[in-house]
Write a protein that binds this ligand. Structure first.
Ligand SMILES: [Zn+2]
Length: 327
């Protein structure tokens, strides 16, 4: 049996280069790359087209976040600030048309930036992750419900949720109950998943059942392969040697080394994490070139060993291999 392999894309959303805004507004750092280039404000729709070309070419599957109100600058329903609403609509249509089949969609909370004040429509002066650590299910459930409602209203089936940074890790049991309740309320869904843990130092890891009660199950899907793409944000290089060197950290051309190999050898499931900004590489798209190379290598040298799966498919596999106890 081939081992499931999955690709997690965080921070994706229409137009907004969300990393640029949370770097400045949540972390208080100047919006520059480490080598001193100004981070771009937006990511053009054509980048999504080119991303879809790459994942389709290699049959890559996984999950694709859609931040509903990215950085608090407009939203996926009414459109992103400073752009005609048709540009946002076009991005959403492309994502649905080209990614639905082999990617799960999910919100990554509401703004991935400052916390939305649901009672006023404004924002608190605190990032979503910091805010979340002091909440309980009574406040987290409406927040998650709002995030899912945005996607549902955009005709997106959001099968799980992604946690920005370590969202609600300090109150995880409350968070788990909130996810279950929000999925039930918005989609009437009984089996769902969430991404919170990065277990890059525990290569033997697989997803696990975080909650099970009656016919309701929540699966925790951790990443096991670090975001090696990230370094492309902070480098002006995009030459083939640079691309190959990063791909080697994930899987070498002969399949004998790299983090994916380490996870397979340890008996874990390779769950690769990246970010929209890591693929965009501040406009150079070096990360996307790395993904193209990694996709090619995996199909060439690991075709028998692994099989691309969505997060829903991983959840179903975990459920089926752990039947609920009877009696
Ligand atoms: Zn994120």
């Amino acid at each position: 049996m081939p081992v499931p392999i999955t690709f997690l894309v965080d921070d994706s959303c229409p137009l907004i280069h969300v990393y640029r805004f949370h770097k400045e507004e949540v972390h208080g750092s100047p919006p520059y790359t480490d080598d001193g280039r100004l981070l771009l404000d937006s990511i053009p729709n054509e980048f999504l087209d080119r991303f879809c070309d790459v994942v389709e070419r290699h049959g890559i599957a996984g999950k694709f976040s859609i931040i509903p109100a990215p950085a608090g600058r407009g939203d996926i329903l009414s459109g992103i600030e400073d752009y005609h609403p048709s540009v946002t609509r076009e991005w959403m249509d492309t994502a649905k048309r080209r990614l639905s089949e082999r990617f799960d969609f999910c919100p990554e909370m509401i703004t991935h930036n400052l916390t939305a004040d649901l009672s006023t429509g404004g924002y608190f002066d605190e990032g979503e992750s910091t805010w979340s650590q002091k909440q309980d299910r009574r406040t987290l459930t409406p927040y998650l419900t709002k995030a899912l409602e945005y996607l549902k209203a955009a005709d997106i089936d959001a099968t799980g949720v992604t946690s920005p940074w370590t969202f609600a890790m300090a109150v995880e049991d409350e968070y788990i109950h909130a996810i279950v309740a929000a999925q039930q309320a918005v989609y009437n869904r009984k089996l769902s998943w969430y991404f919170l843990y990065t277990l890059h130092d525990k290569p033997a890891s697989k997803p696990w059942i975080a909650f099970q009660e009656g016919d309701t199950t929540l699966i925790s899907i951790p990443s096991t392969v670090d975001d090696f793409w990230w370094q492309t944000i902070d480098s002006p290089r995009s030459d083939p040697e640079f691309v190959d060197g990063i791909a080697d950290k994930i899987i070498t051309k002969d399949g004998s080394r790299g983090k994916v190999r380490e996870v397979l050898d340890a008996g874990g499931w390779p769950i690769l994490l990246t970010h929209w900004q890591s693929l965009f590489s501040n406009g150079l798209e070096t990360g996307l070139a790395v993904l193209d190379e990694v996709g090619k290598r995996i199909n060439k040298v690991l075709a028998e060993a692994v099989e691309w799966k969505t997060c829903s498919e991983l959840s179903r596999l975990i459920c089926d291999s752990n039947p609920p106890h009877k009696g």
